[in-house]
Design a protein around this ligand. Structure first.
Ligand SMILES: *[C@@H]1O[C@H](CO)[C@@H](O)[C@H](O)[C@H]1NC(C)=O
Length: 83
C-alpha cells in the first residue's frame, strides 16, 4: 500500500518536472542559453506574433526576446530586436 502511493508520487513528480522542463525549453525560443533576467532597461516590447501590439511589463532581455520582437526603452528608443 505504502509502496503504491510512493510510486504514484514519484510518477507525478516526474511528470511535473517533465512538463516544467519542456515549458521552459519552449519559452527560450530556439535553445539559446539565455539568462532569464529581466532587463530593467526595457520598458515595453512589440512583437510581430502579437500583431505588433505593445506588450508592457515584460520580463525579457535582448537574448530571451523572441525573434522579431523589438525591445524599447522608456524614452522610446529601440534597445534591440530579438533574433
Ligand atoms: C534613450 O536612452 C538611451 C539610453 O540612455 C540613449 O542611448 C538614447 O539616445 C535615448 N534616446 C532618446 C530618443 O532620447
Amino acid at each position: 500500500m505504502v509502496m503504491a502511493i510512493n510510486r504514484v508520487v514519484c510518477l507525478a513528480l516526474l511528470l511535473l518536472s517533465g512538463t516544467f522542463l519542456l515549458g521552459s525549453k519552449v519559452e527560450s525560443a530556439d535553445g539559446k542559453a539565455c539568462t532569464r533576467n529581466c532587463d530593467p532597461d526595457v520598458a515595453y516590447m512589440v512583437c510581430p506574433s502579437s500583431g505588433h501590439r505593445i506588450i508592457k511589463q515584460v520580463c525579457v532581455n535582448c537574448c530571451s526576446a523572441r525573434k522579431g520582437c523589438k525591445l524599447f526603452r522608456n524614452n522610446g528608443s529601440v534597445k534591440c530586436i530579438g533574433n
